[in-house]
Design a protein around this ligand. Structure first.
Ligand code: SF4
Ligand code: SF4
Length: 345
């Protein structure tokens, strides 16, 4: 993109907390400013928790004055986790839905192992779809779990859009992260730049996802119909008690070592669960243990952190789905017969 072409641009970076969208949006803003002399404005809609809650970072870059607020017509959307598409399709999180489903054209760049043609877009869209396995690239190079994929995703973004020069951007990355961390991020961004797969002229589903702006859009999440499986990466995940997951954006899930689970009365993990979805089962199992409704657990890890006897640990869900596809010991059937008494405990 030449300086003359540098017109106003709106970019949404949608991630889970810890994935690095805030630093990335600042780096991209600086790149726009330094390369094109554009005015830039960034804004962050932070997640409610330090882990496992969605964060949306907005960037506006323009030759003229810039209004504040979220982006209403994003040219580019970067999804740091492909499951966020499903969140948008089901309007499970208003800010995420707004940030993704408002895009009607432009470039959609997704952190996914799938090819662009395998991504099912649940809303109206006509433009370029690109995918890059940013998790694997970042994990391999930075060896962090969960991998902070922000700069890696920016490498893919620059390859797709060419809005800023890669080398200029990478110089800013090195300045922001001095030393080895900077080198690693630069390597990850270069890999993503080379490995991103792009399909131009993709047309999404015709479904109109209404913008969750008015009170009429604030529907009870539990009243929604069961969710369609939109992304094949989700296949294999069992349904929870609600008949479909509105709120799954976790990467980890609590696993109970029932032999260690020993509180007689109150279970502090159950009490502290912010979604009221983890619970203790005292009857109907060989030993009491902690279980979750897989529809609603967000994988925040609070239950494991507060567990009195360290009976809970957070397991990588992708690995778990391979070794324990029925989630045995993690969830229980809602109709389990607790010695004929019914109920949860
Ligand atoms: S706090 Fe931990 S050990 Fe105690 S009942 Fe709950 S899960 Fe079991
Ligand atoms: S069960 Fe544990 S990980 Fe899941 S939402 Fe509750 S506190 Fe968080």
């Amino acid at each position: 993109m030449s300086n003359d072409d540098a017109k106003a641009r709106e970019i949404n970076l949608v991630c889970m907390s810890g994935q690095g969208s805030v630093q990335t949006v600042q780096l991209l803003a600086r790149a726009f400013f330094e390369q094109h002399g554009m005015r830039v404005r960034t804004q962050v809609a932070p997640g409610g928790r330090p882990k496992s809650s969605p964060v949306v970072s907005y960037l506006k870059a323009s030759a003229g004055p810039i209004a504040g607020g979220p982006n209403f017509h994003p040219d580019d959307v970067l999804l740091f986790w492909s499951g966020l598409l499903r969140v948008a399709a089901n309007r499970a999180h208003p800010t995420v839905t707004d940030a993704i489903a408002r895009q009607r054209s432009g470039n959609l760049i997704i952190n996914s192992r799938l090819a662009p043609g395998e991504i099912e877009l649940p809303y109206k869209f006509s433009g370029a779809v690109a995918t890059v396995d940013a998790d694997s690239i970042t994990n391999e190079i930075l060896r962090r779990d969960p991998p902070p994929v922000g700069v890696t995703m920016a490498g893919a973004y620059i390859a797709v859009t060419e809005v800023v020069e890669l080398d200029r951007f990478l110089a800013l990355v090195k300045e922001r992260f001095p030393g080895r961390l900077g080198e690693q991020n630069v390597e990850a961004a270069r890999r993503a730049y080379e490995e991103v797969r792009i399909e131009r002229e993709v047309v999404g589903a015709s479904q109109e996802v209404p913008h969750p702006r008015g009170p009429e859009d604030r529907v009870d999440p539990l009243s929604r119909p069961p969710l369609p499986v939109l992304i094949s990466e989700d296949k294999g995940r069992p349904r929870g008690y609600r008949g479909g997951a509105a709120n799954i954006w976790r990467t980890k899930i609590p696993v109970s070592d029932d032999q260690l689970c020993g509180c007689d009365n109150m279970c502090i993990s159950e009490v502290m669960c912010p979604d009221n979805t983890g619970f203790i089962v005292r009857k109907g199992l060989p030993h009491q243990g902690y279980r979750v409704d897989v529809d609603l657990c967000r994988g925040c890890g609070i239950c494991a952190e507060v567990c009195v006897y360290s009976a809970l640990s957070m397991a990588n869900e992708e690995e778990l789905m391979r070794t324990n596809p029925t989630y045995e010991g993690i969830t229980v059937e809602p109709f389990i017969n607790y010695s004929g008494e019914g109920g949860r405990s």
